[in-house]
Design a protein around this ligand. Structure first.
Ligand code: PA5
Length: 426
């Protein structure tokens, strides 16, 4: 499980601390599958189900893609996109396509409507062999559907009838446009389980197939997630998900309406994007909810640091770290010491970063920003699984405790109906 340190937040609790009775009630509802939106709580059993039923097929398909393609275009948006991208950045590299590797380049498409982005990806693929993994639970989301049309037609031009062996569809098991197209054309299909919403689906084929193609050990991820989900069913304040959810809600009731998720690892950027969607779409409804934002340290200390230290006191700062950072780069010694840095010569960058993080946290706490610290031992498959399970569980508990249904997103429909009206859809 993740380690949660609330010592930087407790001074902001006031006379009465978090309401754990509410969190306990939320936990009971969640595990009894009896709360609002309970038809979408399959994510709690998802790792165990995937291990038993789908993991082998996903791994075999990934091996096939790796051997026959130099590039994979992953088409999806929101929950059908962010988890895979977060995992590949975190566990392989934020420069994944640039590093030397024996796995295909991966391009994420369908998460916008930019023709420049599509054109650039087509140019980057060039005349290399490629495959497409199109991901959409509903099967009808406009952005991925449009991108898919473009890349499907490229595949058909390049490979003719053999194109169908290069299209992999991850969608609902029984219904939807994408399901029907895939079934009709004979594309290999993977399932987004009916009882799992998009933003809770990273540990299904939605996230796992692209991750496996990128060379991530998905069996390790899933085995770790099975045990994390089991451990998180702990009905006590010892449960880090209870304490995180309870603390967030308590601070929110005391005027803290923005939470910034910070990390000192550039590879964490898309984990933060995934986290923002998870909490934003689950909690921001009925006129309430903490606004989730993210910062990347130390870069943002020189951009957002002023606001964090000195702006309106509405912030909660949550910092995610990896206990055993890579220890491979020492500050070199320089004759003459013209840049006056020899006092750091021989020290590991990771140690300097850890000290910087301590200095930042204490300055921000002094500036009246409650600080929550979350850590896992390593930036590896187990660490990823621990963070995903912890955040999913905390999010569901926190949303239930605040009185909203964590598993719907009625607000997303408003832009869609305007857009379809303007586009003239019948
Ligand atoms: O969390 C969600 O449900 C959303 O973010 C969806 O994942 C997103 O809208 C994409 O939907 P779909 O997979 O149906 O294309």
């Amino acid at each position: 499980m993740v380690k949660l340190d609330l010592s930087g937040a407790q001074d902001f609790f006031g006379a009465i601390g978090p309401d754990y009775a509410k969190i306990s009630d939320a936990h009971r509802k969640l595990f009894a599958h009896s709360g609002e939106g309970s038809e979408y709580t399959g994510w709690m059993e998802l790792p165990a189900r995937v291990l038993e039923n789908e993991l082998k097929a996903i791994s075999a398909c990934a091996a096939k893609i790796r051997s026959g393609s130099q590039a994979l275009v992953v088409i999806g948006i929101g929950g059908s996109y962010l988890g895979a991208r977060a995992a590949i950045d975190l566990l392989r590299s934020p420069n994944y396509n640039l590093i030397k590797k024996d796995t295909p380049d991966i391009f994420f498409m369908g998460n916008g409507l930019s023709s420049a982005a599509i054109g650039e990806t087509i140019a980057l693929i060039g005349d290399r062999d490629f495959s497409v993994n199109v991901i959409s639970k509903s099967g009808g989301t406009l952005e991925p559907a449009l991108s898919f049309r473009v890349f499907k037609s490229l595949l058909e031009k390049k490979y003719g009838s053999a194109a169908k062996k290069r299209i992999f569809a991850t969608t609902d098991e029984k219904k939807g446009l994408l399901h029907d197209m895939a079934a009709g054309a004979g594309w290999e299909r993977f399932t987004v389980p009916e009882d799992v919403g998009g933003r809770f689906s990273v540990l299904s084929a939605v996230g796992l197939l692209p991750m496996a193609v990128a060379g991530i050990d998905i069996e390790r991820v899933i085995r770790a997630a099975v045990s994390e989900m089991h451990d998180l069913d702990l009905r006590s304040v010892e449960n880090p998900a209870w304490r995180y959810a309870g603390t967030r809600q308590h601070l929110y009731m005391n005027g803290r309406s923005i939470e910034i998720l910070a990390s000192y690892e550039p590879s964490f950027r898309f984990m933060a994007e995934w986290w923002k969607q998870l909490f934003g779409e689950s909690e921001g409804k009925n006129g309430i909810g903490i606004f989730p934002a993210s910062v990347e340290y130390t870069a943002d200390l020189h951009a957002m640091g002023q606001y964090v230290q000195d702006g309106p006191r509405r912030l909660i700062e949550t910092v995610v770290s990896f206990e055993n950072g890579a220890r491979s780069l020492k500050v070199p010694f320089e004759l003459g010491d013209r840049d006056k840095l020899n006092y750091l010569a021989g020290r590991e960058f990771s140690d300097i970063a850890a000290l910087a993080a301590r200095a930042v946290a204490s300055a921000h706490i002094k500036g009246e920003v409650p600080n929550i610290s979350i850590s896992v031992p390593e930036r590896n498959e187990e660490g990823f699984a621990a963070l995903v399970c912890f955040f999913e569980m905390s999010c569901a508990l926190s949303a239930y405790a605040s009185g909203v249904n964590p598993f719907d997103q009625p607000g997303v429909e408003a832009y869609k109906s305007n857009m379809f009206r303007l586009l003239g859809r019948q």
